[in-house]
Design a protein around this ligand. Structure first.
Ligand SMILES: Cc1ncc(COP(=O)(O)O)c(C=O)c1O
Length: 416
């Protein structure tokens, strides 16, 4: 989107050096310009050419000619530029959902006969894609336990092309040591004499709390439906990485067709202005709610990386530092007495927290993983993911913390 630039008299600030909040609000527009402050929505599928010389320029490969929104759209491009700047990546690519971003990123890397190594606890949709869809493309997935990341070196073969990880994991908030994972992958790459790509799903942490690029990860995906969107009203997904990788992924996007809609890109740009503020509040509320629930007699266990009782706490303390010490994210999972029936009773008794799937919005949402993110899995698969029937996943919102604590207090009373 071109704006009328007026010459800057003072030395211009460097966008990359600004705080995350400033980058999320202004993007690269740190100069005086005449034009709209809110980005216009270019809600069009196609673009009129001045004359056929534009079509010829496009046919000759000129990337600046807009022809069709599945290929290129100014509102989408503005959101992509903003997201790349926030992550400190060369480029970003926006998709119609987190799954579209994940599947396109993976299919940009692997081909028939290749193998992926992955940490085992994953969002159910990703896991089912690995289990049910990738084998049809001739791609296999083997799992590496986060406590035994050194096995990556012995497991890697000439077929290993990609190492995939998610941290914190959905829904059990398991922590993978990203720096250690990357170091093992680089050692494995030396052993098999090929570059093995590392991809990390950063949806639960968000770029505010944890930036995987700082640990050497090659590609980062995020479901923008969650914290980036933040208002439970937009589906989107993003891949960030090198210009080279994003250019290959853009080709996947063109043919698989998972492009973001311009209106979704506009909603996302709007949401990014309050991203830093919202996620900091969610971090604080989640920590306070986790502490409150940990002391509650009806709660068997609380999984939150910010609690010293969490097995991954020391890694999380090192790795999730973006928000300056309280950046453990807005997701808390609890296990209540009485198994799935207990979890159902509590979810049905909540009044402020909303019984709904998804996460990352300003309103607190609860869901029962065996009936939502981890449906359609065998008992063995649930055990490998650490998912138990009595678990309730809480996406903590930005309501008043006392209201949330009181709501859980009255809902948990149904178990007495
Ligand atoms: C960790 C994680 N990654 C990816 C996704 C997929 O995102 P979307 O629903 O936007 O496709 C989800 C959805 O819940 C998720 O929790």
């Amino acid at each position: 989107m071109r704006t009328h630039r007026t010459p800057a008299k003072a030395r211009a600030p460097v966008p990359e050096q600004q705080s995350l909040a400033t980058r999320a609000i202004h993007g690269k527009k740190l100069y005086p310009f005449r034009g709209p402050v809110a980005p216009p929505i270019m809600q069009t599928t196609t673009y009129r050419f001045a004359d056929s010389r534009d079509a010829i320029r496009y046919a000759q490969g000129d990337p600046d000619v807009y022809v069709y929104t599945r290929y290129h759209n100014p509102t989408v491009a503005e959101a992509e530029e903003r997201l790349a700047l926030m992550a400190g990546a060369e480029k970003a690519l926006l998709f119609s959902s987190g799954m579209a971003a994940i599947t396109s990123a993976i299919l940009s890397v692997v081909k028939q006969g290749d193998e992926i190594l992955s940490t085992p606890a994953l969002y159910g949709g990703t896991y089912r894609f690995f289990r049910d869809i990738l084998p049809r493309h001739g791609v296999t997935v083997r799992y590496v336990r986060p406590e035994a990341l050194d096995s990556i070196v012995s497991l890697a073969t000439k077929r290993t092309r990609l190492v995939y990880c998610e941290t914190p994991t959905n829904p059990t908030l398991g922590i993978v040591d990203i720096a250690e994972l990357v170091s093992q992958v680089r050692a494995a790459g030396k052993k098999v004499h090929r570059k093995i790509v590392v991809l990390s799903d950063n949806t639960f942490a968000t770029v505010l709390n944890q930036n995987p690029f700082g640990f050497g990860v090659d590609i980062v995906t995020e479901s923008a439906t969650k914290y980036l969107g933040g208002h439970t009203d937009v589906m989107a997904g993003v891949i960030t990485g090198s210009a080279d990788f994003i250019s290959g992924a853009r080709t996947q996007l063109k043919y698989y067709g998972g492009c973001a809609d311009p209106f979704a890109a506009y909603l996302l740009l709007r949401s990014l202005k309050t991203f830093d503020l919202r996620v900091r509040c969610q971090n604080r509320n989640a920590m306070a709610l986790a502490c409150f629930l940990e002391g509650h007699p009806a709660v068997k266990c609380v999984l939150y990386p910010g609690l010293p009782s969490h097995p991954g706490h020391s890694i999380a303390r090192r790795q999730m530092t973006g928000a300056g010490g309280d950046g453990y994210g807005g997701m808390v999972t609890i296990e209540v007495a009485g198994g799935a029936r207990g979890a159902v009773a509590v979810c049905d008794a909540l009044r402020v927290a909303v019984n709904a799937m998804s996460l990352g919005g300003v309103e607190t949402l609860v869901s029962i993983p065996v009936y939502s993110s981890h449906v359609n899995m065998s008992a063995g698969e649930l055990a490998r993911h650490g998912v138990r029937p009595g678990m309730i996943r809480i996406s903590v919102g930005i309501e008043g913390i006392r209201d949330l604590q009181a709501d859980f207090e009255q809902a948990l009373a149904v178990l007495r």
